[in-house]
Design a protein around this ligand. Structure first.
Ligand SMILES: [Zn+2]
Ligand SMILES: [Zn+2]
Length: 117
């Protein structure tokens, strides 16, 4: 069994989403499922100043404060093959390519539905 993506969601304030050029106001925690006391981390947007950094939202359920950090991309690792990790450098293991994301299964199911007329 591969670890499952946490997937907890947080909503960005509208003005912040606009300022960052974020595609969505909903940010999902991209870490592997973790105890509620540990911090969630979700990708929010590209960091304009640098192509190998991104803006991440760090939050926890205990204090609802959101923190913002431009973080460097997780470096490619031997054994990852073609797949690259979508997380940031120094994230808690494992890398994203080693996880199962139930959302992807839902997305591919939705994509397989016949178009509605
Ligand atoms: Zn989480
Ligand atoms: Zn990684």
């Amino acid at each position: 069994m591969r670890p499952v993506v946490c997937g907890r969601e947080v909503r960005l304030p509208m003005y912040l989403a606009i300022a960052l050029g974020a595609g969505s106001r909903i940010v999902r925690c991209a870490l592997a499922d973790h105890p509620p006391g540990r911090q969630h981390a979700g990708y929010a947007a590209e960091w304009p100043a640098s192509p190998d950094q991104a803006v991440w939202v760090i939050w926890s359920e205990l204090d609802l404060d959101l923190r913002w950090e431009p973080l460097r991309d997780c470096p490619p690792r031997p054994g990852a093959g073609e797949e690259c990790c979508v997380l940031y450098e120094g994230h808690p293991p494992p890398c994203s390519w080693a996880m199962f994301d139930p959302q992807h299964a839902v997305d591919s199911f939705l994509a397989s539905l016949p178009p509605t007329t």
